[in-house]
Design a binder for this molecule. Structure first.
Ligand SMILES: [Fe+2]
Length: 307
């Protein structure tokens, strides 16, 4: 029975963890063979078939995320191989930033340049990946090679649950959330003039043939409107304030450890990370990001059709 005092969702205090598929352990290449095996996986060669039914089900649930812990004793290359093989079960790897993109502090500043926050050590704020209106990855993966010395915690929040609370408390803002708003263009290779920014308009909440789609990047939206000379409507600021406060109250906050593979449904779940610092002489924080297409979208074959 649903308790009317609370939303119809389970209370969660921790991230959902699943075991890595047994087949991944069985097929692991020896450390001296891992480099070649990884290159073959990234080139599109055949990969071992794994049972990912439970994982796929978890990723399409309201919770929309899972963490799988691969052994920390595996080498970096073995971990990358395992990660890529796992992701290939779920769709195709997108190559916009490289199929495996190392998220490390490159000493850049996203507030003074068009650098993505993923190349800085700053807190990201809660967001979904991709600022491009025409491209939205279905899944975001993050493999932890080195968690770093200080900070850098991971944050996750369910957009579906947040939308329910918005409807209950501020129903007048739902139409604002479903209106396309311009977002700054930062994708390398795309035109970044004002016309391109104006055309790069995305609603926070949308619905397509596969279900709800949540796309949230407050920073890039406000920066786009500043560049366009458009005042930010009061109702839009109220919406953003509600979303940020709701996520601050409800987000899961946890630390990844070496070998952890975090998979996030980028249509349903918002993620973020805290600011971090690398200590001199210690391993630098390094998470390997990947974007997967075709999980529930039309960029690739649908999940049941892939073998
Ligand atoms: Fe991200």
């Amino acid at each position: 029975m649903t308790n009317q005092m609370h939303p119809p969702f389970s209370n969660r205090t921790s991230v959902v963890r699943l075991p890595i598929p047994h087949g991944l352990r069985m097929a692991l290449p020896a450390s001296d063979k891992a480099e070649l095996a990884l290159a073959q996986v990234l080139a599109g060669d055949a990969v071992p078939r794994l049972n990912v039914d439970q994982l796929a089900e978890q990723l399409t649930s309201t919770q929309g995320h899972a963490v799988l812990g691969a052994p920390a004793s595996w080498t970096d290359t073995q971990l990358r191989w395992a990660y890529a093989v796992l992701l290939r079960q779920l769709g195709s790897l997108n190559g916009r930033y490289g199929k495996l993109f190392d998220v490390v502090d490159q000493g850049l500043d996203h507030t003074t340049t068009n650098a993505p926050v993923s190349k800085t050590k700053a807190a990201t704020g809660m967001h979904t990946d991709s600022s491009d209106a025409r491209y939205n990855p279905d899944l975001v993966g993050l493999l932890c090679l080195h968690p770093g010395s200080r900070g850098g915690e991971s944050l996750l929040a369910s957009a579906i649950e947040m939308l329910e609370r918005l409807k209950q408390r501020h129903p007048e803002l739902e139409s604002v959330a479903r209106t396309p708003w311009p977002r700054d263009v930062v994708t390398p290779g795309l035109a970044q003039d004002l016309a391109a920014i104006e055309a790069n308009a995305i609603p926070v909440f949308a619905q397509d043939e596969h279900g709800p789609v949540f796309r949230y990047m407050r920073y890039w939206t406000e920066r786009a409107m500043a560049k366009l000379g458009q005042p930010i409507p009061v109702q839009l600021t109220r919406l953003f304030d509600f979303i940020d406060a709701d996520m601050a109250d409800n987000a899961l906050n946890f630390r990844l450890k070496r070998g952890d593979i975090l998979l996030v449904n980028n249509r349903l779940v918002v993620h973020g990370r805290g600011a971090f610092e690398d200590a001199p002489g210690a391993a630098r924080r390094c998470l390997v990001r990947a974007w997967v297409d075709g999980f529930v979208d039309s960029h690739g074959e649908r999940l049941p059709l892939r073998a």
